[in-house]
Structures are given as structure tokens and as C-alpha cells.
Design a protein around this ligand. Sequence first.
Ligand SMILES: [Zn+2]
Length: 247
Amino acid sequence: MVPHEVEITVLGSGGWFATHRHTTSVLVRTPTGSLLLDAGTGAGLAAAGAAGPLGRNVHVVLTHFHLDHVIGLACLPALGADTRIEVWGPGRVLGSATEAILDGLFATPLFPTPLRSFIADVHELDVGANDIGGTQIDVRHQERHPGGSVGLRIGDFAFITDTEPDPGTVDFVAGCGILMHEAWQAVQPVPGHSAAREVAQLASLAQVGSLVLSHVHPMQDAPEALLAAARPTFPATRVASDLLRLG
Ligand SMILES: [Zn+2]
């Protein structure tokens, strides 16, 4: 089970571009502050207060740097100067530098406000255990997405996105209460991404408590099709929606 003092709310359940679903972001509230796992356009819901107050300390943890996972950083100045925002990125894990990548996006002429005017600090994630604002987050390098990505685990909650089905995920998420995993579409394998049917097999092998499908394709996001592909193998499957509370 996810510890009862941790609250998990989906902010963006889609991938690529926003439709009725925002792009990827998940809010994890802990006793010491708020974590945003990825900052797609869903991060704007948190910045606008739709998921309740975030507190004075917000840590943004990025799985990779594709725009549908980082563009919502542009919304975070709305939290105001009293909120201390720190970003944790996988730049070093993926062969680059997090701050340099984000500096290239959040600076003129693309954005009027320099990154460091609203982000207090930028850190590199490490593979393995990371202490992020008093919360331990385990990180795994995923090599089956263009440019790579990282999987995240916070206690009994695992967040796996932007990867083809990866056998290494099974050990990483084994036994967790909630696995949130990308499912780009229902059945057909797609380079760089996962299909719901394949994800259900991973969830079954890892013996997780429940599976939440997210980062769905903006034009193939019917929950019925995703569930029909996953539930025969793993019945305890849901499809994420924006502002869905997971635990
Ligand atoms: Zn991606």
C-alpha cells in the first residue's frame, strides 16, 4: 500500500499534445512538501490550484526532456515568489546536463522569464536512491525511448513512462501497490512506447497491486479499448484521467 500520508493525483494523463487530457504530470503530496513527477501541461492545473495548495516547497522530478513532459514548467511562476521550486532532472543519467537543457528552453526569445528567476535550484538525479526534499525516490535508467528516460519509484508507487516494455521494469516495480505505466495505445506495439496489452503482462509478472494506464495517445485514448486490451491479463487496471486521485 502507498503510505496513507502520501496523496497521489494525476494532473496530466495524455502524451504528445493536450486534448481533453493534459500532458503528463502527477502530483505526489508528502508530509514535507509536494512533488510533481514530470511537468507537462498538467502542471498548469497544479499551478492554478485545481489540485489544492502545494505548500511552500515544490520539487519537480523529470523523467526526460521531451516537451510534453517539461513545457508545464512555464506555468510554475504562477505559484508565486513564496513557493520554493526545485527541479531534479535526468540530464547526467541520459548523457547531458539538466540545467543546460532547460536553460535553452526557458530563456529569451522562447520564454520571457529565465529559468533561474522562478526555479531556486536544479539538481541531477542519480540512478538508485535519491533524497528529494526528505522523500526517497528510486531511479532507473530506461533505454527504450528516443534519448532515454528514467523510471521512478516512491515507496509503493511506481511511475513508468515513455519507454517500450522493458523487462528490467519488472524487478524495479515488483510488489508495488500502484504501478502507473504509459500505454500509448491498446494493442499494437509502437517504437519507443508501450501498448496496454504489453503493460498488463509486466504488471502481472511484477505482481503489483493495481495498474493505472497513462500517457495515452491523444487520438487513440478511448478507455474501453485500453481496458479491453489489459484486463484479460491484469484485471486490476484503470485508465488515468486528469485530477484522478490514486491514493
Ligand atoms: Zn518522450
